[in-house]
Design a binder for this molecule. Structure first.
Ligand code: NI
Ligand code: MN
Length: 225
């Protein structure tokens, strides 16, 4: 599984030639100005919730690529009404393809579209391909529901928000990594806007002090797990 960071909470995940894109918010992110959304590959677009900083580029990328949008029922309805290809999930459900599965798991947050319309309940995803599993928490507080994940899945890595204010911050993300039983963390949802600016070096040290690894990817770079 090869994971590329496109800024904020947007990641591209490549599994043997299949491309999954998560929460595309690129054209509105000045930190990601080097990334051209016309060049991003996507067979599937996974959407955790309907907030603008997670869906801004869904329409453009789905239209160009013909990717299937996978999200909760309300977000599915929103995109099928625009004649985009989509698959509905609800919490606890697993979307299965030949290359990977993606389970929609609980998150504590809200979910409305930019116009205020209802975006269903927010979630995260557990993506599994062969022996590799990646937890994408989505925007969330730390929650005891995270303890359910290792009951069925041995995680290889976790993408956790660390920017505080709209989601958990570093201290709670460290607790979250305990709950999901995974010490290899990739940070997201930080530094994009002033309320979520953090000291990245200090965050890495806080994880290290608990014998955990916080990976901070430069925008446009990748990590293999
Ligand atoms: Ni949000
Ligand atoms: Mn967000």
């Amino acid at each position: 599984m090869n994971i590329t960071f496109y800024g904020h909470a947007c990641f591209g995940i490549e599994i043997n030639g299949t491309h999954i894109l998560v929460d595309p918010f690129i054209s509105g992110n000045p930190l990601a100005s080097e990334i051209n959304i016309e060049e991003i590959k996507a067979d599937y677009i996974l959407v955790t919730h309907a907030h603008q900083d997670h869906i801004l580029d869904v329409d453009a990328i789905a239209q160009r690529t013909g990717a299937t949008i996978v999200s909760n029922y309300e977000i599915y309805m929103h995109y099928t009404a625009k004649e985009l290809k989509a698959h509905p999930l609800n919490h606890g459900g697993i979307f299965k393809t030949e290359k990977f599965s993606a389970k929609y798991v609980n998150a504590i947050h809200t979910s409305s579209f930019p116009d205020g319309s209802y975006g269903g309940q927010p979630g995260g995803f557990v993506i599994t391909a062969g022996d590799t599993s990646l937890y994408i928490a989505g925007d969330t507080a730390v929650t005891m529901d995270m303890k359910l994940i290792p009951m069925t899945t041995k995680l290889t890595a976790s993408i956790l928000p660390i920017g505080d204010n709209f989601t958990m911050g570093v201290a709670d993300a460290i607790i979250a990594s305990d709950l999901v039983e995974c010490n290899k963390v990739i940070g997201c949802h930080f530094n994009t806007f002033p309320p979520i600016e953090i000291d990245v070096e200090e965050a890495k040290q806080q994880f290290l002090a608990k014998n955990k690894e916080l990976n901070i990817l430069e925008i446009g770079t990748s990590i293999s797990i």
